[in-house]
Design a protein around this ligand. Sequence first.
Ligand code: IMP
Ligand code: MG
Length: 217
Amino acid sequence: MENFVPAEPDDPNSFGPNPNEYRNWGWSGGMDRKFCLYISGQKKYTLLAMKRLLGEKEIRNKVSRLAGQISRDFAGREVLLVGILKGAFIFMADLARKMDPPVKMDFVRLASYGRGTISSGKVRITKDLETSVKGKDVLIVEDIIDTGVTLKYLFRRLKARRPRSLKTVTLLDKPSRRKVRFHADYVGFSIEDHFVVGYGLDWNEKFRNLPGIYVVK
Ligand code: IMP
Ligand code: MG
């Protein structure tokens, strides 16, 4: 196809076509590779290739192991899981179902003032918890730590509300991207500096429903 233009993945803000130009997209390729075909307003075709980084089984095993570790550490206590919307919702649903201690759940939604996926360093809460965390054992559940700005901000805000304990779990961690010091108590997978989608993670709201985790090429 002569007007196939490969997407440029280096900067997650710049790769691929303008998402507002979406007309059609769909999958081709197998389990390891997915190809997403965009048809833009200018009738140009862009092929967005995704390579599978983590499969369903690998994720499931890791989530079980994390849940086991967390269950041991929190044994005999009730845990309040605080999920960060939207990315963490699938991870939290799977994690919670593998945990032994009694669990309650709540969610926050955060926004950063930066453009696209690059954090500017300024974060705010756009949907707060509906539960008080005072005196409770709280575990923040995040999908991925990148610069660390988001989680550091939320951690500070919740700490000020005087929980009995405050811990963090993240499925993915990109330590090489850190701009502020932050270590999660529980980390699923430490990954290279790739932009990833699937299992809750999105690119412009797309691909959250992929059961595996894919690097966008
Ligand atoms: P941080 O404040 O830079 O650590 O940003 C963390 C947030 O950025 C995550 O909650 C994700 O929503 C988003 N993010 C960072 N890296 C990726 C990625 O590779 N894919 C999808 N979202 C990402
Ligand atoms: Mg997120």
